[in-house]
Design a protein around this ligand. Structure first.
Ligand SMILES: *Cc1c(COP(=O)(O)O)cnc(C)c1O
Length: 390
């Protein structure tokens, strides 16, 4: 066994993300009665403030589950077996949401895409225009595809629905964009947003939610899929109106602190910080891509993700070698998911991060490329500093 590395773990995964110390302190408290009036007030306050982050007047339903639970809630609450969804292909997460929908007896049409770019809005529009009988009940999109580092233009997808006058619902997974990329649920005409705790919200894993429009509530009333724990109608009969069963009270103290941190910085500043740090990461990768080195996986600059960068290895080199080399320096990088296993590694740059944390990670990655014998252009960290300076 190699000695345990000292110093702080540099956690550069795109989820879970770093948990700020003040959130850890907020969570560190004994069990409490979730029916206590004081806690109910905290719960309702968290829900109202989360709605402001999402920019929605819709209702938020919460689950003691990771993001997959909120995905499942979106399917069982809105649809009946046999309904048809139009899924925008983006990567591993659009594939996983599709796999889940199939298991619930839904029929899924896919707008196919090159994973390095994600589905195109024109192709979505064509698929909707071709559906003259309005068989498609909902369009599903992953706002930020965490496996590829590609951000999809949700507003353009809304426009495709409007221009074809298609009545389908619009569902958007914001798990890796919430609190890190601009998101305006109501202005973009989104009917359901899926969110989770352990990415931009900087919380531990284990809570997720859906924000739901009026139009989606109407669809819910007609949906016949079996459900209970995730059932919005059951939730509405409960005291908190958005939870079934015992509420993880500590998580809500953490959420209140997470929201306070976001509000204190200001959402515009939060988004600007993510953009600044992401640009520094991309500048480093562009230098590394010299000398036939690893390159940005995303090939469409307008879709570069400001919350995660996926880096494609040169032929003949395995990304796991770089991840292992980085682990020896106590740096945790994200690996390739699904068919990208071994072909990409990912630097998560969302959540509680600043410039020196990013520079430290980039320096460790550059060192790890050397250690793993991966060809690359030298000087990525210098290029990153140049984008950050001044
Ligand atoms: C992480 C993630 C999920 C899955 O969430 P879990 O919390 O891992 O269940 C779904 N969609 C996206 C875009 C994600 O980044």
């Amino acid at each position: 066994m190699p000695p345990k590395p000292r110093g702080r773990l540099f956690f550069a995964n795109p989820g879970p993300t770093n948990i700020p110390d003040s959130i850890l302190r907020a969570i560190d408290r004994p069990s409490a009665d979730f029916m206590d009036e004081g806690f109910i007030a905290l719960f309702e306050d968290c829900s109202a403030r989360l709605k402001q982050v999402l920019r929605t007047d819709g209702h938020i339903f919460m689950y003691a589950a990771s993001g997959h639970g909120a995905w499942e809630a979106s399917l069982v609450n809105l649809f009946s077996p046999g309904d048809t969804l139009l899924m925008l292909e983006s990567g591993y997460f659009s594939e996983s949401w599709t796999e889940m929908a199939h298991k619930f007896g839904l029929s899924v049409e896919t707008v196919p895409a090159d994973w390095r770019r994600g589905a195109q809005a024109e192709a979505v529009k064509a698929a909707l225009a071709a559906d003259t009988g309005h068989r498609i009940s909902a369009v599903c999109t992953v706002h930020n595809e965490t496996s590829t580092g590609v951000t999809l233009p949700v507003a353009a997808i809304r426009a495709a629905l409007d221009e074809t006058k298609h009545p389908a619902l619009l569902l958007s997974d914001t798990i890796s964009s919430l609190g890190s990329l601009p998101y305006t649920m109501d202005a973009w005409g989104i009917d359901l947003t899926v969110g989770g705790s352990q990415k931009g919200l900087m919380l531990p894993t284990g809570m997720s939610f859906t924000a739901v429009s009026q139009k989606a509530m109407v669809a819910h009333a007609k949906a016949t899929m079996p459900r209970h724990y995730l059932d919005w109608s059951v939730m509405l009969t409960r005291r908190h109106k958005s939870f079934v069963g015992t509420i993880p009270t500590q998580m809500f103290h953490g959420l209140a602190e997470a929201l306070r941190l976001l509000e204190e910085e200001g959402m515009e500043a939060v988004y600007a910080r993510h953009h600044r740090l992401a640009k520094a990461v991309r500048a480093a990768v562009k230098v590394w891509s010299g000398n036939d080195g690893p390159q940005l996986f995303c090939t469409d600059p307008v879709r570069y993700s400001d919350s995660v960068t996926a880096i494609l290895m040169p032929e003949g080199h395995n990304a796991e070698g770089v991840r292992k080399a980085a682990a020896r320096y106590n740096v945790s990088l994200g690996g390739g998911l699904g068919k990208l296993g071994g072909r990409v590694f990912r630097i998560g740059h969302l959540g509680d991060l600043n410039e020196p944390m990013i520079l430290g990670t980039l320096a460790a990655v550059e060192l790890s490329l050397r250690d793993a014998g991966v060809p690359h252009g030298r000087g990525g960290v210098t290029a990153a500093m140049e984008t950050l300076s001044g």
